[in-house]
Design a binder for this molecule. Structure first.
Ligand code: GLN
Length: 481
C-alpha cells in the first residue's frame, strides 16, 4: 500500500497503525524507499540497517497482540554516537570506523521495549564537535532546503533524516546546541532536556557535565512523545535523575498564560542576522497576542558563555577521548613502541577539529594553567547558572533565537573555527546551566531564491519541559492545529 509520508507525524502514524490502515512493515518500506532515494545526495545516514523489515514485523506482532505503545512501529533515526548492540557506532570518526557496540544505550533499551523501528545511524560532526556536520570523516550532511548549505550540527544527520522524511523522529545529543541548532536550520523541533533527565549511559562522552541525549520531531507533540519514553532514572548513570520525583508533569498547561523573559542585551548583540531578529520579534508578538506576557530580563554573564564553554568542553573532551588509544577500541596502527602506536593511531584516526580540542583541553588542564583557564571558566559557569536562577525568579521561560544565522553555505565557515564557535552563542549558556530548552520552527528567510527555516528557542527552569511543550505548540507552524 502507498503511504503518503509528507506531513505524516508520529501521532498520526500511531493511530493509523493501531487502526489497521497500514502495517509497520508498509510504513518501514515507505521510509526505506525514501531513504534509499534521497540519502545518496543528502548523506543523512551513514548506514541504513539491513534488518529494518524484521524490526517492523516484530512491531506488527505487538500491534496485533494489542500491546502497542505510542512508538511501536515508528521509524526513528539514531545519531552515530549512541550505542545499539551489535551495530557499528563510529561517532563519524575514522578511529571508530569498525567499532561495534557491545551493549545498548539506556535510551535504546527503552526504545526497543517500546517497539521502535530503527532505520539507521546518522551522520554527525566527529565526536559531536562542531556545528555544521562538516567535521564528519564521511562528508557533510546537506540541508534539504538548499543542498548547497549545511544541515547544522553536530546532530545534522538526525535533523535531516526527520526534515527530509527519511524517518519520523530521531535521537541526537546536545553538549552546546547540537540538537537545537540543526533542528533550527532544518525547520524541525529539537529538545535539549534538563541535565540528568535522560540517561547518558551508552552515548559516547564528550563534555560529561554538559552532554544530554534528546529527541527530534516534526512537531512539538512528536518530540514530547519520544521524550516521555526516553526520560527517567537509570541506576547505571550516577547523574541521572527521576524526572517524576523531581516534579516533572506532562504538559497539561494548555490554558495557562506564561511570563516569558527576553534578555534584550544578549539577543540584540553583534553578529545576529536581521531576518533572524525580526522573525524573533514577530514570534514574541504572536505569543503576546495568545495572552502570554513578555518581560525584559537580564542575563549579565551570558556574553561570557562561549569563553567558558570553549574551555570546559575541550577540557572534558580531552580526558574522555584519552580512551581511544588504538588498543581498546577501533583503529590500531602499529609503531615502534606502545607510545608510538598511540601517537600514530590518534594522528591518523582523529580529524583536525578533534585534535584541536584535545590540544586545547590538555593545555587548559595542565599544571600552571589549570587555575587561570579551567578554574576561571568554571567560576564563570557558576555565574551564568546563577543568572538563570535569578531570572527564573520572575519569569516562567526565557526566549532567544536558536541560531544567530540561518543555514550557511557548505565550506563558508569550515576553515574558520572561531566563526563556527560564535554561532553557538544562544545555545551554549543552556548547557552550562543544565536547564532544558527547545528549538521550534518559527518561520523562514528568503536567501538566493531559497526559503531557509528559522528557529525560536525557549528555555525553562530545571525539569520544566512541560512549559517548553506548551509554549512550543503556540509557536510551531508544523503543529497540528
Ligand atoms: N557546536 C558546539 C560545539 O562545537 C556544540 C556541539 C554539541 O552540542 N555536541 O561544541
Amino acid at each position: 500500500m502507498k503511504i503518503d509520508i509528507r506531513g505524516l507525524t508520529i501521532k498520526k502514524a500511531h493511530s493509523d497503525l493501531v487502526g489497521g490502515k497500514y502495517s509497520a512493515r508498509d510504513l518501514a518500506e515507505a521510509y526505506l524507499a525514501e531513504a534509499e532515494k534521497r540519502n545518496p545526495s543528502l548523506n543523512a545516514y551513514l548506514e541504513i540497517f539491513d534488518d529494518v523489515l524484521l524490526q517492523a514485523d516484530a512491531a506488527d506482532k505487538k500491534i496485533k497482540e494489542g500491546t502497542a505503545t505510542a512508538l511501536t512501529g515508528i521509524p526513528l533515526a539514531i545519531k552515530d554516537n549512541i550505542l545499539i548492540k551489535g551495530r557499528v557506532a563510529s561517532s563519524a570518526s575514522r578511529i571508530l570506523e569498525n567499532y561495534t557496540a557491545s551493549y545498548d544505550a539506556h535510551v535504546i533499551e527503552k526504545l526497543k521495549d517500546a517497539g521502535v523501528v530503527f532505520i539507521g545511524r546518522t551522520n554527525m560532526d566527529e565526536f559531536a564537535m562542531g556545528g555544521s556536520t562538516e567535521n564528519s570523516a564521511y562528508g557533510p550532511t546537506k540541508n534539504p532546503h538548499d543542498e548547497s548549505r549545511v544541515s547544522g550540527g553536530s546532530s545534522g544527520g538526525s535533523a535531516v533524516a526527520v526534515a527530509a522524511d527519511l524517518a519520523l523522529g530521531a535521537l541526537g545529543s546536545d553538549t552546546g546546541g547540537s540538537i537545537r541548532q540543526p533542528a533550527s536550520l532544518c525547520g524541525i523541533v529539537g529538545l535539549k532536556p534538563t541535565y540528568g533527565a535522560v540517561s547518558r549511559r551508552g552515548v559516547m562522552a564528550m563534555g560529561s557535565s554538559l552532554d544530554q541525549i534528546g529527541p527530534f520531531g516534526k512537531t512539538v507533540e512528536d518530540t514530547e512523545i519520544i521524550w516521555n519514553v526516553i526520560r527517567g532514572h537509570d541506576p547505571k548513570d550516577s547523574t541521572s535523575i527521576d524526572t517524576d520525583k523531581r516534579g516533572y508533569k506532562n504538559a497539561d498547561n494548555a490554558d495557562r498564560k506564561f511570563r516569558i523573559g527576553v534578555p534584550e542585551d544578549f539577543v540584540s548583540g553583534e553578529g545576529i542576522d536581521a531576518d533572524v531578529l525580526s522573525n524573533f520579534r514577530e514570534t514574541l508578538e504572536k505569543l503576546k497576542s495568545a495572552g502570554h506576557e513578555i518581560i525584559p530580563v537580564s542575563l549579565p554573564h551570558a556574553k561570557y558563555s562561549l569563553a567558558s564553554y570553549y574551555i570546559v568542553m575541550p577540557a572534558e573532551a580531552s580526558t574522555n577521548l584519552a580512551r581511544f588509544d588504538g588498543v581498546r577500541y577501533g583503529l590500531h596502527i602499529s609503531g615502534e613502541s606502545g607510545i608510538d602506536d598511540y601517537k600514530k593511531t590518534r594522528a591518523a584516526g582523529f580529524g583536525p577539529e578533534v585534535r584541536r580540542r584535545i590540544m586545547l583541553g590538555t593545555y587548559v588542564l595542565s599544571a600552571g594553567y589549570y587555575d587561570a583557564y579551567y578554574g576561571k571558566a568554571t567560576a564563570v559557569r557558576a555565574l551564568i547558572r546563577k543568572d538563570f536562577d535569578d531570572a527564573f525568579g520572575s519569569v516562567d521561560a526565557i526566549a532567544t533565537p536558536t541560531s544567530p544565522v540561518p543555514a550557511f553555505k557548505i565550506g563558508e565557515k569550515a576553515d574558520d573555527p572561531l566563526s563556527m564557535y560564535l554561532a553557538d552563542i544562544f545555545t551554549v549558556p543552556v548547557n552550562l546551566a543544565g536547564v532544558p530548552a527547545i528549538s521550534v520552527p518559527s518561520g523562514f528567510t528568503q536567501q538566493e531564491g531559497k526559503k531557509l527555516p528559522l528557529g525560536f528557542q525557549i528555555i525553562a527552569p530545571h525539569f520544566r519541559e512541560d512549559v517548553l511543550f506548551t509554549l512550543g505548540r503556540a509557536v510551531d507552524y508544523n503543529n497540528e492545529k
